[in-house]
Design a protein around this ligand. Sequence first.
Ligand SMILES: [Zn+2]
Ligand SMILES: [Zn+2]
Length: 199
Amino acid sequence: MFCIKCGGPATVGNFCSEHFLEAQKLFEIKDFSYIYCNQCGIDEKDLRGKISRSIKTSHKITREKISLRTLGNRVYATIEAEGVIKGLKKTETHKSLVMLRQKMCEMHVRLSGGYYEAMIQIRGPQKESILKKVKQVVPEKAISSIEEIKEGYDVKIMRKPNAAAAAKALRERFSVKDSYKVGGSKKGQMVYRNYYAVR
Ligand SMILES: [Zn+2]
Ligand SMILES: [Zn+2]
């Protein structure tokens, strides 16, 4: 048997390896849009992961290389992949256009609306070191606001677990009194806000 394209020895059906592979598609990738929060920024690792998962193939991919070029709200991705088709190695390069779309994440929507589930009320002569400790324990993104008042600081924390972690750490060196207050209702359910008075 000879290859119908080049007349060389046929290895797969009516083709030599080269011409068999030429007719096979290793993978495909479509354009897609990627939604990100402009406050958090683009997580490039996540974007690369999404590109990688967008590779459509029925073959085994053994290696892939993704390069990105961003222009405005478009990311031009070049995907080079190596794989195996019927025991033969093939490398292909395809391009994909990723349209970036902004949508504020739930956390930042809440933050911009002044949402908070707990408050740390920092008082007394050690207020600066207490505040420092809070900032060490609670990620900046999880702090809704820090308000300086005459008696100290009121730190609004978005999520209760972050506030609880801060309270736990503060208890090692300071006095912490906790209480809660009804902070309105969410979807018909009463919401309790946690308060921690620290000195
Ligand atoms: Zn051939
Ligand atoms: Zn965000």
